[in-house]
Design a protein around this ligand. Structure first.
Ligand SMILES: Cc1cc2nc3c(=O)[nH]c(=O)nc-3n(C[C@H](O)[C@H](O)[C@H](O)COP(=O)(O)O)c2cc1C
Length: 170
């Protein structure tokens, strides 16, 4: 099952919510963002845009917009991922493409020995995120990824068995 590095990364990746204070090299984040940008998109329109937030005052400002703020402030770097509405051709398909981009990002961070968690709860304040970062209205926040070196690797998760998920096989 896990002989492929891709399958291994898919099964090993967990949401990491506790981070070391160890700084994360910028080149690792750029490597992960480049891999994220190789996600598929309808018409290859690549509607994703990224904001990379290293500085604590900005992280703290964003932390005030979610009940998971403690995760945001303990991360080494935050990556906000946006849909560029000017690049959009079909809202549903563009959101799907950004989901693929986020998954590429998450798996790449894992492959680089980094930990991350996808914070969606902050979307309730997506307009405030734009204001704080002084970004234009054409960007719509899709998620914030909190990233750092994991404090531990004991995270557990579970998935439903396949027989609950396959609705028909003929
Ligand atoms: C769309 C989406 C939104 C999420 N939002 C949050 C969030 O706001 N806070 C959080 O701690 N985890 C969040 N998560 C992480 C999920 O809780 C996590 O992926 C799920 O429990 C499965 O655990 P695993 O990632 O370790 O496999 C989110 C994940 C996704 C895909």
């Amino acid at each position: 099952m896990k002989e492929s590095p891709v399958l291994q990364a898919i099964y090993e990746r967990r949401s990491v919510r506790h981070f070391l204070e160890t700084p994360v090299p910028r080149d690792l984040i750029m490597t992960a963002l480049a891999a994220a940008s190789w996600a598929p998109s309808g018409l290859n329109n690549q509607p994703w845009r990224f904001a990379v937030i290293w500085d604590k005052p900005w992280q703290e400002a964003l932390a005030g917009l979610t009940r998971y703020g403690h995760i945001l402030t303990s991360a080494a770097v935050l990556i906000a991922v946006f849909l560029d509405k000017e690049a959009s051709y079909d809202y549903t398909k563009d959101c799907q493409a950004i989901g693929a981009c986020l998954q590429n990002l998450w798996l790449s961070l894992h492959a680089l020995d980094l930990g991350a968690v996808w914070i969606g709860e902050i979307l309730k304040n997506k307009e405030r995120v734009l204001e704080i970062l002084n970004l234009p209205d054409r960007l719509e926040l899709m998620a914030v990824m909190a990233v750092g070196y994991p404090a531990h690797r004991h995270q557990k998760s579970h998935r439903r068995p396949l027989d609950e998920l396959i609705v028909v096989e003929k």
